[in-house]
Design a protein around this ligand. Structure first.
Ligand code: COA
Ligand code: HC5
Length: 634
């Protein structure tokens, strides 16, 4: 998403849409009560940036990625757009009115356009994977034991959500919107033929008390609370998981879950057919209502310790294809925890309801929880056998499953993911040079890309808008005039090191300024999107600035990146957003940086391996430059 997907030659990015967004089922706004409600109410609303500021900043952002005459043309279009009494002013007024009447002028639009109306499979194209450090079990019994503890850990976190005892988070001293935490439990995406929707059962009068467990492609309902409302203990969960595993041997049963890997229109159609049957409808509803899904994966061929994390990233992103674990999932489910038999562990999450950081906070909590020593054996109580969900498979459903298997396998073959643990340094080195580690890493990505392609590319970095009520993200455009000057100079032997350091400092500072502007709601991308959607809302034709070639170029993110920090030494991963691009997710720790780099094998211009090596090289060379050039000379 977030780009024109030339793989299918359809416009799929939020800015490619021209129709107004009709909310099928509005995403919940602040549904929290008491303490959180007052916290939420106290947060500022997302501002609508001044029109002229966005137009000027847009031109500046285009400079490193479009040619001179194209830029000239865009400048003319923008002048016309901004003209007194012109279209821009009208749309701006519309947005300001919208902002005055909503909790957040953007968030409902965003969830529709970026997620629910985006039609490529959620697998690889939208849902991120998260890989935890390899755990120390290597067999089925260990897998079950760990899974039981993990469930108990998630329920422990859930109790903080339910009791509103989750500590409020801050960024740069400012309190953050906590709403996303209320969107991830007991929720699920539902496919439609043109657009999807989300259901959230957490706030229903009878909130769900079960999770779904999937083992050998067979789904089970596992009640995780006793009738008095207390959660099952790890021992009790272990006994229940044992029952599940022994009643779901490996069989040739149809892997219904693989349907969720399909293109959304195809899945929407297959879903309508699947749920025509009453039993199937009840099975699907049980999955949708569950607090989360636990995937107990089958064994995979053994791999070297070296490639373990990369293979684990594949397992978390898509399951490895129909012959491995892609059918052992329900990808529409917001939260899926995935545990293999060989100590592999992680998660996949459906992105529509929340960003990565709340998911990572949950994972960090769960990992700490699982490290606690076993509690004393809990008293034996009778627990009813978990219910297996038995789907009725008609010939049409079987056909849909076959198609989904084929398509999933093509996608699995196409994705090339590599996890790199960059061990030379972490946040410590940029900090020692008084530089923002995130900006330093982003400039290294710019250098890596330039070294491979001798050009700059439109680059996306996620910036959090959670300082605002119901805020999601905006874009930090990491390719700037300053980054372009730096990367062009870096390998130029006619340039002095002092000049290169000067350019590096300028590039890092420019990135940091963009970040500050983005997190304070003054970046350009969501504002431009808003203006475009406002035109559609007012049934106007698409303004020229959005049919301009430069606009498509600006949205063709060959580098789609995100920093997702965590306490646990884990790595997050996602696919590229354009056919000829890279996905780069990184987690900067103090002394090392975890990266996941992805690209498509079908693109002859990209190579995950080369990009990963170029990133390592760029980071090391930038450090060497700083170390060889005394600061006093600056
Ligand atoms: N000198 C020394 N130290 C510095 C520094 C400088 N010039 N600039 C920053 N630092 C320090 C910071 O104080 C911070 O310290 P800490 O490790 O003790 O916390 C650390 O370096 C990291 O800061 P920085 O690298 O600048 O990044 P950040 O934490 O400000 O993050 C973003 C930048 C853009 C990633 C962040 O603002 C953001 O928006 N995150 C959310 C992204 C997101 O949602 N991703 C997932 C999308 S699904
Ligand atoms: C486990 C966390 C993975 C991070 C996912 C992420 O960064 O998603 C971005 C969301 C956004 O709105 O910027 C989108 N991106 C993957 C395309 C960068």
């Amino acid at each position: 998403m977030w780009g024109i997907c030339s793989r299918t030659m359809v416009k799929v990015n939020p800015c490619g849409l021209i129709k107004p967004c009709h909310l099928v089922k509005p995403v919940s706004s602040t549904r929290v009560s008491g303490r959180y409600q007052s916290h939420q109410r106290g947060l500022p609303g997302l501002p609508v940036p001044p029109l002229q500021q966005t137009c000027e900043r847009y031109i500046t952002a285009l400079e490193p990625i479009v040619e001179g005459d194209e830029l000239q043309h865009t400048k003319q279009l923008l002048q016309e757009f901004q003209r007194a009494g012109g279209l821009g002013e009208r749309l701006q007024r519309g947005l300001e009115k919208r902002a005055a009447n909503a909790d957040n002028w953007l968030s409902q639009w965003w969830v529709q356009v970026a997620y629910l109306e985006y039609r490529l499979p959620v697998v690889v194209h939208s849902s991120p994977g998260l890989v935890l450090p390899r755990m120390d079990f290597r067999d089925k019994q260990g897998q079950i034991r760990f899974a039981a503890k993990l469930i108990a850990g998630v329920l422990d976190f859930k109790s903080m959500i339910d009791n509103e005892t989750l500590p409020i988070e801050y960024m740069g001293g400012k309190p953050l919107c906590m709403n996303q935490y209320y969107e991830v439990m007991s929720s699920c995406r539902i496919p439609g033929v043109k657009r999807d929707s989300i259901v959230n059962h957490a706030k229903s009068s009878t909130p769900p008390k079960h999770i779904t467990v999937v083992h050998n492609h067979q789904f089970f309902v596992l009640d995780v609370y006793h009738s008095d409302g207390s959660p099952l203990t790890a021992d009790q969960l272990c006994a229940q998981l044992d029952k599940i595993c022994s009643s779901s041997p490996h069989t040739d049963l149809e892997p219904v879950g693989i349907l969720t890997t399909q293109h959304r229109d195809a899945w929407g159609k297959a879903y309508a057919n699947l749920t025509k049957d009453k039993t199937n409808k009840e099975c699907v509803s049980a999955i949708q209502r569950s607090v989360f899904t636990l995937c107990l994966d089958g064994a995979r061929p053994p791999v070297s310790e070296d490639s373990h994390r990369s293979i684990a990233a594949v397992q978390m992103l898509h399951g490895g294809g129909s012959s491995l674990n892609s059918g052992n999932r329900w990808f529409d489910k917001t939260l899926q925890f995935i545990i293999g038999e060989d100590g592999t562990c992680g998660a996949n999450y459906e992105h529509a309801p929340a960003e990565g950081p709340p998911i990572v906070a949950l994972i960090d909590h769960v990992v700490e929880y699982t490290k606690k020593p076993d509690s004393p054996q809990s008293p034996m109580v009778h627990l009813s056998t978990p219910q297996k969900l038995q789907f009725n498979i008609t010939p049409q459903i079987k056909k849909d499953i076959e198609q989904a298997k084929q398509d999933m396998n093509i996608l699995a073959q196409d994705l090339d993911v590599k996890v790199v643990v960059f061990g030379h340094f972490g946040k410590n080195v940029p900090k020692a040079h008084q530089m923002s580690p995130d900006a330093f890493i982003q400039i290294a990505l710019q250098l890596a890309y330039y070294r491979l392609y001798q050009r700059c590319c439109a680059t996306y970095e996620s910036a959090s808008l959670r300082m605002f009520r119901l805020g999601r993200t905006d874009t930090i455009r990491s390719a700037s005039g300053a980054s372009a000057s730096f990367v062009k100079a870096f390998d130029d032997s006619s340039k002095q090191n002092t000049e290169k350091v000067d350019l590096l400092v300028k590039a890092v500072n420019a990135h940091r300024s963009y970040t500050t502007m983005a997190i304070s709601g003054q970046a350009i991308d969501r504002h431009l999107l808003g203006l475009k959607l406002q035109a559609a809302e007012e049934k106007l034709s698409v303004p020229d600035i959005f049919t301009d070639a430069a606009y498509s170029k600006a949205l063709h993110y060959r580098l789609s990146t995100s920093q997702v920090p965590s306490k646990t030494d884990c790595v997050m991963c996602f696919g590229p957003v354009v056919s000829d691009g890279y996905g780069v997710c990184y987690n900067p720790m103090n002394q090392h940086i975890n990266f996941a780099v992805s690209s498509f094998n079908s693109c002859t211009d990209t190579s995950t391996e080369r990009m990963a090596r170029a990133v390592e090289g760029a980071l090391c060379d930038m450090r060497t430059l700083l170390e060889q050039t005394p600061r006093a000379k600056l």
